[in-house]
Write a protein that binds this ligand. Structure first.
Ligand code: AMP
Length: 352
C-alpha cells in the first residue's frame, strides 16, 4: 500500500489524537501550527511552523499532502477555500463558514428544519435592550465569532439585569442574543459522513459543563429512544446539507418533553466524543481519518457504558489516583504547564 499523507491544520490535542489514529492506518501526518513542540507535532510525522493563513505554508502543505483536514473551526475560510483549489480539503470549507459565526450557524440549522433557541443579532447596546425586552429579560449574550468553552458570554436571568452595558462588556463586536433555554440535560452527537455519503452516528453522550468547559460525558445519556432517533436524524440532515466528509460534533439541549434544541456544531472531532476511543472499536479519531482518506467508515457501535472526565488545569494532580483505577483509559496531551482552564488530558472509565 502506498503511504499517503494527511495534512492537519491546528496543533492541539485534537490534532494529536488524529495523528495517532492516522499513524495506526499507515498515514503520515503534517501539522500546520505556529507554536513549536505543540501537542500534535509531538506525535506527527512533521510540522510546518507557520500561521494558519500563511499562503506559502498552505501551498507547501497542499503540495506535500494527499488530503488536508483541520482540528479547529477558526481556520480562516478564505485560506481553506484557496487550499481546496490545490488539494482535497475535508470537511468542506462551507462547514467552516457555517460554524464560525453563531448567527449564520443558527440560520443554517433552522434551514435544515432543526429548532434552535430564538435569537437576535446584536450590534449595539440599543439592540441588546430591545432583544432582551423581546425575550422577557432573559437570555444568553454571546460573541458571534471566536467564542469557545463559554468564553465571550453573558447570561441574563431577569429583566433587572438588562441595561448593564453588556454590548461594550463583550468588546463592542457583533453579538447574538439567544433566548434562555430551560433544559433538562445537554447531549451531543458525534457523527461521520464518508466520501460515498454513508452516515454513521455514535450514541448520544450526556454532557456536564463546569465553568463553561466540558467536565464529563456519560454514556448512555438518560434520554428516550425517540430523542436519540431525533438527534440522529438532525445530524444526518446537517451532514447531508453540507455535503460533509469527516466527523462532526453537534450539541443539543434536551427539554423536559424529550424534544431537542440544537445549540451548536463543530466541524471536527469533539471533546464530547473522546469516550469513543475506550468504549467503541473505532474511535471518532479513526472515523475521521477513514472519512477524509476515502476509506470505508467503521462501525460506531458502543461496547460499554462509560464516563469520560476532562482533566483541566490542576485536575492533572490527581493523575496517580486515575492511574490506579481498573477499567480507566488515561489520555494525556503532552502539555508541560497546567494553567487554569487548560485541557491537560482526559480519562474514560468503563462502567461494568
Ligand atoms: P456554548 O458556548 O454555546 O456551547 O454555551 C456554553 C454553555 O452555556 C452551554 O453548554 C449551556 O450549558 C449554556 N448555554 C448556552 N446557550 C444557552 C441558552 N440559550 N440557554 C441556556 N443555556 C445556554
Amino acid at each position: 500500500m502506498t503511504e499517503k499523507t494527511i495534512g492537519i491544520i491546528g496543533g492541539g490535542q485534537l490534532g494529536r489524537m488524529l495523528a495517532m489514529a492516522a499513524a495506526r492506518l499507515n498515514f503520515r501526518t503534517i501539522i500546520l501550527e505556529p507554536q513549536a513542540d505543540c501537542p500534535a507535532a509531538q506525535v506527527a510525522s512533521e510540522q510546518i511552523a507557520a500561521a494558519y493563513d500563511d499562503a506559502a505554508a498552505l501551498a507547501d502543505l497542499a503540495k506535500r499532502c494527499d488530503v488536508v483536514t483541520y482540528e479547529f473551526e477558526n481556520v480562516p475560510v478564505h485560506a481553506a477555500e484557496k487550499l481546496a483549489k490545490d488539494v482535497d480539503v475535508y470537511p468542506p470549507p462551507k462547514a467552516l463558514e457555517m460554524a464560525q459565526d453563531r448567527l449564520t450557524e443558527k440560520r443554517f440549522i433552522n434551514d435544515c428544519g432543526i429548532p434552535t433557541a430564538r435569537f437576535r443579532a446584536v450590534d449595539s447596546q440599543a439592540d441588546l435592550e430591545a432583544a432582551l425586552a423581546d425575550f422577557g429579560g432573559k437570555g444568553v449574550l454571546k460573541t458571534r465569532r471566536l467564542g469557545y468553552d463559554g468564553k465571550g458570554q453573558r447570561v441574563y436571568r431577569s429583566a433587572a439585569d438588562s441595561a448593564d452595558g453588556g454590548y461594550a462588556a463583550l468588546g463592542s463586536v457583533p453579538l447574538i442574543l439567544e433566548s434562555f433555554v430551560s433544559f433538562e440535560r445537554e447531549i451531543s452527537i458525534i457523527a461521520a459522513r464518508g466520501i460515498d455519503g454513508t452516515v454513521a452516528c455514535y450514541d448520544p453522550a450526556e454532557n456536564v459543563h463546569r465553568d463553561g468547559i466540558l467536565h464529563t460525558s456519560t454514556l448512555p445519556a438518560r434520554i428516550s429512544e425517540q430523542t436519540t432517533a431525533a438527534a440522529f436524524m438532525a445530524a444526518e440532515k446537517i451532514l447531508t446539507a453540507l455535503g460533509y466528509v469527516g466527523v462532526i460534533g453537534i450539541e443539543f439541549f434536551v427539554l423536559s418533553d424529550g424534544s431537542l434544541i440544537a445549540n451548536e456544531m463543530a466541524p471536527r472531532v469533539h471533546n464530547s466524543g473522546h469516550w469513543t476511543e475506550a468504549a467503541c472499536i473505532i474511535s471518532q479519531f479513526e472515523q475521521h481519518v477513514r472519512a477524509v482518506a476515502g476509506l470505508p467508515l467503521g462501525n460506531p457501535e458502543r461496547h460499554s457504558d462509560c464516563v469520560m472526565t476532562n482533566l483541566i488545569g490542576d485536575d492533572i494532580l490527581a493523575l496517580p489516583e486515575w492511574l490506579r483505577l481498573d477499567d480507566a483509559l488515561v489520555h494525556l496531551y503532552g502539555k508541560s504547564e497546567a494553567r487554569p482552564g487548560r485541557k491537560m488530558g482526559h480519562v474514560t472509565q468503563l462502567l461494568r
